[in-house]
Write a protein that binds this ligand. Structure first.
Ligand SMILES: Cc1cc2nc3c(=O)[nH]c(=O)nc-3n(C[C@H](O)[C@H](O)[C@H](O)COP(=O)(O)OP(=O)(O)OC[C@H]3O[C@@H](n4cnc5c(N)ncnc54)[C@H](O)[C@@H]3O)c2cc1C
Length: 375
């Protein structure tokens, strides 16, 4: 005979709402952060298949950015001016929110500015500056955000260099660790090496690959590039980005974040080394994948690009390499949605999850808290 629960237990008004979050990346951690701040009685569990966070959040380049001029113009062609403006506002608000959630010193945040290098012969530089400034003018109170500057070390006159002083750089690993630490203190329970295989939305249960069952009152799916594994209809595609870090370069003059080829290639200083990554648009046949890995062809391509971009340092070589998986789609808007009264999902963070991850986590947790409030 089964042992049914008592009337008293069933009507326990003090019973905590058990929230499971699948995915311990920036979005999952941010959602947990804002759930902790609510006045509701919530018990939070994070289910993460890796040992810390296996996704993009600790593998990215650490650009705290909202968009380079040509990226913004490309976004306008994709979404129209108003939607692009809203997207940039969201990225900017997200960055400010993130810096409130963690201390700048905890995450090695430096506002060294960002630069886009554009080939003079191919583009109308003045036109690009005017158009990009017009789009962001509302967000930044009509200030001229982008302007052309000369960089002494960029002796290659092929490129015009468009500067924006508002963007910064950080250490993504320290960011995730700092958030985790804060959440642990607040009682959030982390379950690492838990790979969720299936969710039953009718019974409010999910199962991991070992068959273990997790009963939830509410569920947040924050699995970004891997969301299709759990929600097959999700409109998100995994793509890979390879990242490389050079040897220590004596007298390295470059400082800040740099974008080339509409942001497909990015590089920055990490102390006296240079990190470079991207170029997936040049190698779609190998990079449209959710498998980790580095390829010789892309490595050679990026090394060649870097030697061309910083010609004073021809002896550079790569000492570190890794890869990460992005969740992208037809447009740049993240997806934040309610699946039913108990389950919510946030994914498709694209290439700017550092900027929007915090605010997306807040929005999904607000949705959930609102539903608890409404009973
Ligand atoms: C190489 C690279 C460079 C990038 N550079 C930048 C940059 O400089 N600036 C920027 O703004 N953005 C950058 N991005 C994008 C940014 O990192 C992401 O948009 C952001 O980290 C996404 O956060 P997330 O929490 O949604 O996903 P993730 O960090 O990917 O987290 C999802 C988590 O879910 C877990 N998971 C997935 N499936 C399951 C399952 N079934 N069960 C349990 N756990 C599961 C994964 O292990 C992972 O930890 C970069 C991305 C890459 C790959």
């Amino acid at each position: 005979m089964s042992k049914s629960i008592s009337f008293w237990q069933k009507h326990d008004n003090n019973k905590a709402c058990k929230v499971y979050i699948i995915g311990g990346g920036l979005v999952g951690l941010s959602a947990a952060h804002f759930l902790c701040r609510s006045d509701k009685n919530i018990e939070i569990h994070i289910l993460e298949r890796d040992e810390i966070c296996g996704g993009a959040s600790i593998r990215n380049a650490g650009f705290a950015c909202f968009g380079s001029p040509t990226e913004i113009i490309e976004d306008v062609n994709l979404h129209g001016a108003e939607k692009t403006r809203r997207l940039i506002q969201k990225r900017w608000d997200g960055l400010q929110l993130l810096l409130k959630m963690v201390g700048e010193d905890d995450i090695d945040y430096y506002q060294n500015g960002a630069y886009e290098l554009i080939e003079r012969e191919k583009e109308d530089i003045k036109g690009i500056i005017m158009e990009a400034n017009a789009i962001v003018s509302d967000v930044f109170s009509n200030k001229q955000v982008f302007s052309e500057v000369q960089l002494p070390w960029l002796s290659n006159n092929r490129y015009a260099c468009l500067y924006n002083h508002l963007e910064g750089q950080l250490n993504p690993y320290k960011l995730v660790k700092a958030l985790q630490q804060k959440l642990k203190i607040k009682g959030v329970q982390f379950h690492f090496n838990v790979d969720i295989e299936h969710i039953n939305f009718d019974t409010n249960q999910c199962h991991d690959v070992c068959g273990k069952r997790y009963d939830f009152d509410k569920l947040i799916i924050a699995t970004n590039a891997y969301t299709k594994d759990l929600l097959p209809m999700a409109d998100v595609m995994p793509v890979r980005n390879q990242v490389y870090v050079t040897n220590v370069i004596e007298n390295l003059e470059m400082k800040g974040c740099f974008h080339v080829d509409k942001g497909y290639i990015y590089f920055r200083n990490v102390g006296n080394r240079v990190l470079i990554g991207g170029a997936r648009n040049q190698f779609p046949e190998t990079e449209e994948t959710k498998e980790f890995g580095n390829t010789e062809a892309l490595e050679t391509y990026l090394l060649h690009q870097l030697r061309d971009l910083i010609p004073n340092h021809k002896s550079i070589k790569f000492e570190y390499k890794w890869s990460g998986i992005l969740g992208v789609g037809k447009d740049k808007n993240p997806i934040i949605r309610k699946i039913n009264d108990y389950a919510y999902a946030a994914y498709k963070m694209g290439g700017m999850g550092v900027a929007i991850g915090s605010i997306v986590g807040k929005e999904i947790s607000d949705m959930l808290i609102q539903d608890i409030q409404n009973g």
